[in-house]
Design a protein around this ligand. Structure first.
Ligand code: NAP
Length: 249
């Protein structure tokens, strides 16, 4: 039996990496999925890969009108959301000394403000028994040099989960976070201007991970499926760490 048969899911950042792998897995499990992100072309390529039961909406989580447009479309077409995966995220590593106001604003604008208003604006559509999965990071609870703003933004995301679990309990909505370790996606390339630099980042995270490799986006998608489906029916307010053991060290 498919685990998300007939369910409606919205995935921000669903055009690439973890969001795309999650959208693919959810559709395989019987869901209809809306994917949202800024790059229209990326979304269309993602939809072609997914193949069926997918709709694309271009937009920026920092822009209220874009979020309103996203949820108006879902309301018009399906009238409800069973699963929301708030996955869009941004990183541009800077140390405390280097951190610019622009970097801080973009990091918190995307990862914290954008995520909060994504969930707030989705809420009227989220059905009783629904599931909200937010993507945090092990950076939320580890000291990683140059992740000053990023790590703090992900700690905020983890905090939201605790508050929202209590605020939404009377609606039967479960809220959980996933904290990935180092996962092999474009967000690693985005952390260096050169391929050599990105390779170094990959090598250093691999060396720091007890399973001795980077994770694959599909491994985070599997965790998202667990939290989104009946399999995770008694899991609420949690942070599911999927990191190959990286945070155990
Ligand atoms: P990715 O492929 O770069 O995905 C990031 C996604 O976020 C993209 O699809 C991007 O789409 C979307 N996004 C960024 N800014 C946005 C905005 N302002 N509005 C709407 N969408 C936006 O990298 P990923 O690894 O899959 O990242 C997904 C999530 O996992 C992020 O929250 C990231 O922080 C988290 N994470 C990743 C790792 C890792 O090692 N890969 C580890 C821990 C946590 P557009 O550019 O088209 O907007």
């Amino acid at each position: 039996m498919s685990k998300l048969q007939g369910k409606v899911a919205v995935i921000t950042g669903g055009g690439s990496g973890i969001g795309l792998a999650t959208a693919q897995r959810f559709v395989k499990e019987g869901a209809f999925v809306y994917i949202f992100g800024r790059r229209q072309r990326e979304l269309e390529e993602a939809a072609a890969l997914i193949g069926k039961n997918v709709s694309t909406i271009p937009g920026d989580v920092r822009n209220s009108d874009d979020l309103d447009r996203l949820f108006a479309k879902v309301h018009h077409e399906r009238a409800r959301i069973d699963v929301l995966v708030a996955n869009s995220g941004f990183i541009d590593p800077q140390s405390l000394v280097e951190t610019t106001e622009a970097n801080f604003d973009k990091t918190f604008g995307t990862n914290v403000r954008g995520l909060l208003f994504t969930v707030q604006k989705a809420l009227p559509l989220i059905s009783e028994g629904g599931s909200i999965v937010v993507i945090s990071s092990i950076a939320a609870f580890k000291g990683i040099p140059n992740y000053t703003g990023y790590s703090a933004s992900k700690a905020s995301v983890r905090s939201f989960v605790r508050t929202w679990t209590v605020e939404l309990k009377d609606r039967g909505i479960r809220v959980n976070a996933i904290s990935p370790g180092a996962i092999d996606t474009a967000i690693i390339d985005a952390q260096s201007p050169t391929k050599e630099g990105a390779d170094k980042i990959r090598a250093s995270f691999t060396a720091a991970t007890p399973l001795n490799r980077l994770g694959q986006p599909e491994e985070i998608a599997a965790a998202a499926l667990f939290l989104a489906s009946h399999e995770g029916s008694f899991v609420a307010g949690a942070d599911l760490v999927v990191d190959g053991g990286l945070s155990a060290l």
